[in-house]
Design a protein around this ligand. Sequence first.
Ligand SMILES: C[S@@+](CC[C@H](N)C(=O)[O-])C[C@H]1O[C@@H](n2cnc3c(N)ncnc32)[C@H](O)[C@@H]1O
Length: 206
Amino acid sequence: MPQRLYNASSHGTLMAGYDAWAETYDRDVQDFGYATPDAVAAAVCRHLPKRDVRLLDLGAGTGLLGETLYGLGYRHLVGMDGSHGMLTQACRKGTYRLLCRMALGRPLGFPDHYFDGLLAAGVYTPGHAPLASLFELSRILRPGGMIIFSIKWDGGFKEDVLEVLQQMKDTAGWQCQSWSAAYRSWPYADETQEARVLVYKQTCRS
Ligand SMILES: C[S@@+](CC[C@H](N)C(=O)[O-])C[C@H]1O[C@@H](n2cnc3c(N)ncnc32)[C@H](O)[C@@H]1O
C-alpha cells in the first residue's frame, strides 16, 4: 500500500487518495500479492457457514472480498466505503445487493442488529478507519453475530487494538473466537508488513 495513504492527514485526503487509485487498484494489489481478502473469506466460511447470512463488507473498496464471497455462494452482501471511486469499481463487479458511501467513525445508516456478520479487509490499519468505530458496529450487529476483520499487526497500533477489544468485551460482550497466525499482507511489495484476521462474536445487545 502506498505509504502516503498511511500518512493521510484527514479522512478527505485519504478518500481522495483512494479515488485516485481506484482504477488501477485491483491490478496493483494483485502484483503486491495482497493476501487479506482471501484470509477474511476463509474465516467467513469457517465461522458463518450458512450462505444466506446478511453480511456487511466495511471499507469494501473495489469489492475484492465481495467477489470472492459471491464465488463461494454468499448472496446477501452489502458493501460500504468512503471512496466514491472505489465504490464505482465495486459496482462493476455486480456482486453486492447494495453499495453505500459512508464513513466509518460516523453513525452508519443501517438498522440496529441487522447484520449476521460484519467484515473488514485492510480497513483497520493506521490512518484508516478509527478504532472507535467498532462501538457503532456493535449496534448494527445482531446478538450472536460475528465480526471478522483484519488488523495490521505492528507495535503501537496492535496495542491500541487490544485495548479497544477489551472495551468491546466489557461493553458489548464481544467474545474472541479465533485469531489467525500473523501473515504477510503484501508479500511482494513489503516483506515486513504483517496482519492477522480476528474473529469476535457479539454475545449481547448493545
Ligand atoms: C486497503 S483498502 C481495502 C479495500 C478492500 N477491503 C480490499 O481488501 O481490497 C481500504 C479501504 O478502506 C476505505 N476506508 C478507509 N477508511 C475509511 C473510513 N473511515 N470510512 C470508510 N471507508 C474507509 C478506503 O476507501 C479503502 O477502500
